[in-house]
Write a protein that binds this ligand. Structure first.
Ligand code: SF4
Length: 215
């Protein structure tokens, strides 16, 4: 007989479409990993499930855990600003998710086993999203998808577009995490260039909803 963790997984993954998936995961009470112990909310996402960009961060922080919304604190405001300057709205043109959906204590990086336990939910987000451009925000997100690329300095990876054999339908780009930009404001000009390049990549697509994006 399946245990409660497997039941949770099956129930959430059986959702019919993204909105139902989002609600099922939010209400699931998931305890598949140790991060369940201290969280206030399961933070599934923020933004538009039909967006052309899927942005992946590390984990919810304190503001996100309290509100149950991804990237709603100071780092989220920085993200909003970076994309607005490139002609994109984070609420309309992005679906923003995290590698793990529950806040790690003290805002530490999620452990590998925690990320692995949460991975089926992230994979379902990829499957249910039409986005083919994936912005990996920060080294933890990069390490989760492309560990070899995360071994060197992050500065050598940010702004570079690449593809991965395990994700043949997607194109990835690494961005500085907005919290890192808040911590080190000298990163902001180059971070703005990276987001502009990502917006231009979206503009190259022929999706009608992006026909009005300024470049
Ligand atoms: S981080 Fe993911 S796997 Fe762990 S308890 Fe939260 S939702 Fe479940």
């Amino acid at each position: 007989m399946p245990g409660p963790a497997l039941d949770t997984l099956r129930t959430v993954l059986a959702a019919n479409g993204y909105p139902e998936f989002r609600e099922r995961l939010r209400r699931s009470g998931c305890a598949r990993c140790a991060l369940a112990a201290d969280r206030q909310h399961i933070v599934v996402d923020r933004g538009n499930p039909d967006a052309a960009i899927l942005a992946v961060g590390e984990a919810p922080g304190a503001s996100e855990d309290a509100a149950g919304i991804a990237f709603c604190g100071r780092a989220g405001k920085m993200l909003d600003d970076l994309f607005a300057a490139a002609g994109l709205s984070t609420d309309d043109h992005l679906l923003i998710v995290n590698v793990v959906k529950c806040r790690p204590p003290g805002n530490r990086a999620p452990h590998r086993d925690e990320a692995a336990r949460c991975r089926p939910f992230l994979e379902r987000q990829f499957a249910l999203s039409p986005a083919r451009l994936v912005a990996l925000m920060g080294v933890t997100a990069l390490r989760h998808f492309a560990p070899d690329r995360a071994k060197g300095p992050l500065g050598a990876q940010v702004g570079r577009f690449f593809r991965l054999p395990d994700w043949p339908g997607h194109e990835f780009v690494t961005l500085y995490h907005p919290a890192a930009i808040l911590y080190n404001r000298s990163l902001e000009p180059i971070a703005r260039e990276h987001v502009r390049a990502l917006a231009a990549r979206v503009g190259e697509q022929t999706r009608p909803e992006f026909s009005g994006i300024s470049q």
